[in-house]
Design a protein. Structure first.
Length: 263
């Protein structure tokens, strides 16, 4: 992390208006080992000079990794507070395009449920909130506000910015809906899943299987470590079995999809 970036993040973290984002700034910035592991993971998917979409950019740690790899980035973030932070962090970077919108199956307006104390789990999915209610590890989460946000689709983003080398999707239980707005076959992408909402991951896997021939890997939590590794990815049915077999306290992770050369 450069000195200028460290100063910007520290200034934001010390500003009362961004108090709810302090845990995210502390978790996602200033950890060189984590940054190195993240860069090593994404380097497999993102070439220098390539294009990456960060869907659900939050405070921009993935966008930062993509930029360290030399990629241009389209960063989507519907939450006004997070979008303001992103504008500050990437103010001097012309290779980051911030789009203050949600991503969905179709363009339009949707209701976004805000967790004011923990914005990282704000969501457009009411089902996610229902599944979190009373679940172990989620009992103290409260979605206490609603805002109306504009939504675009992956197809629209591709039409505007070009076919990306990699798409990262982290939208708290709305992943399958985001993928429903994709009709092309990107080379590679990832989407988050949680153990409180496994059917969402299964629906996402089915959509990708319908699009083309993909193979899959998984990284649990924030480990940045793929379970199988390049060339050893598994099919959709095997990945579905892996997700269903995880213990509840695995909590979350990211599924990585790689298009096979025959499609």
């Amino acid at each position: 992390m450069t000195a200028a970036l460290a100063d910007t993040v520290q200034r934001l973290a010390n500003t009362e208006a961004f108090a709810s984002l302090r845990p995210s700034f502390q978790a996602y910035y200033g950890a060189p080992d984590r940054d190195a592991a993240m860069d090593a993971l994404y380097r497999r998917f993102i070439p220098n000079g390539g294009l990456a979409f960060d869907i659900g950019a939050h405070v921009g740690d993935r966008t930062q990794s993509f930029r360290r790899l030399g990629a241009r980035v389209v960063a989507l973030e519907p939450q006004p507070l997070c979008a303001t932070a992103l504008r500050e962090i990437f103010a001097d970077d012309p290779n980051v395009m911030l789009v203050e919108m949600a991503c969905a199956a179709s363009p339009g307006t949707l209701t976004f449920h805000v967790n004011s104390d923990n914005p990282t789990v704000s969501t457009a999915s009411p089902d996610f909130i229902t599944e979190a209610d009373g679940a172990d590890g989620w009992a103290d989460q409260r979605w206490d506000a609603e805002i109306s946000v504009q939504a675009t689709t992956l197809d629209e983003l591709i039409a505007s910015h070009g076919q990306p080398d990699f798409i990262k999707i982290d939208v708290e239980g709305f992943e399958h809906t985001v993928l429903a707005g994709l009709s092309s076959k990107p080379v590679a992408l990832s989407f988050e899943f949680t153990t409180i909402q496994r059917p969402t991951a299964l629906r996402a896997l089915k959509h990708l299987a319908d699009l083309g021939n993909y193979r899959y890997d998984v990284a649990l939590g924030e480990s940045q470590q793929l379970r199988f590794g390049q060339g050893h990815e598994v099919g959709a049915d095997t990945m579905a079995d892996i997700i269903l077999a995880l213990p509840h306290d695995a909590n979350s992770g990211d599924i990585y999809a790689v298009r096979q050369s025959s499609t």
